[in-house]
Design a protein. Structure first.
Length: 159
């Protein structure tokens, strides 16, 4: 059985590990490295781990974790609140590969939507890359409607 609970500071490293396990094939930074090789002093995983720090610091109450019967964290979702626009944001949703397809993502998504609704958000946005087969199926199945496509460009400055 999976239990969804609030983020605790002791969860941070585990969430970063899950991020690294799950985002390699579907992150912008990994795609940049695949095409251009290493860029700067950090790799894609270090940058993505840093982005997770930003999420945890920006809205720790909106970070929700999924843990299994052994209290092992097996997934998480991060949220952001914009009270001025009443539009919330889900920057990250990740589930360890061993339990993907078992409804953990659905539980996390529902918990995030409930949190954002309770925070007074009138809508919520989420984004994914076109080459993310899970996101491109899961988000519409969760009720999200595609509103735009964005193209990401990159250029080396020290070449």
């Amino acid at each position: 059985m999976i239990r969804i609970r609030g983020f605790q500071p002791a969860d941070r490293d585990r969430l970063k590990d899950i991020t690294e396990q799950t985002f390699g094939a579907v992150s912008i930074d990994a795609a940049i490295e695949e095409r251009f090789g290493p860029v700067g002093p950090t790799n894609w995983a270090q940058r993505k781990r840093r982005h997770l720090d930003w999420d945890c610091d920006a809205n720790p109450d909106g970070v929700l974790v999924a843990e299994d019967d052994s209290r092992q964290v097996v997934g998480f979702v991060t949220t952001r609140i914009d009270s001025e626009t009443a539009i919330g944001w889900i920057p990250n949703l990740a589930v360890v590969p061993a339990v993907q397809g078992q409804g953990v993502g659905k539980q996390l998504m529902q918990a995030a939507l409930d949190y954002l609704r309770a925070a007074g958000m009138a809508g919520v946005r989420i984004e994914t890359l076109a080459h993310n087969p899970v996101g491109t199926k899961f988000y519409p199945a969760s009720g999200f409607v595609e509103v735009a496509r964005q193209v990401h460009y990159f250029m080396r400055l020290n070449a």
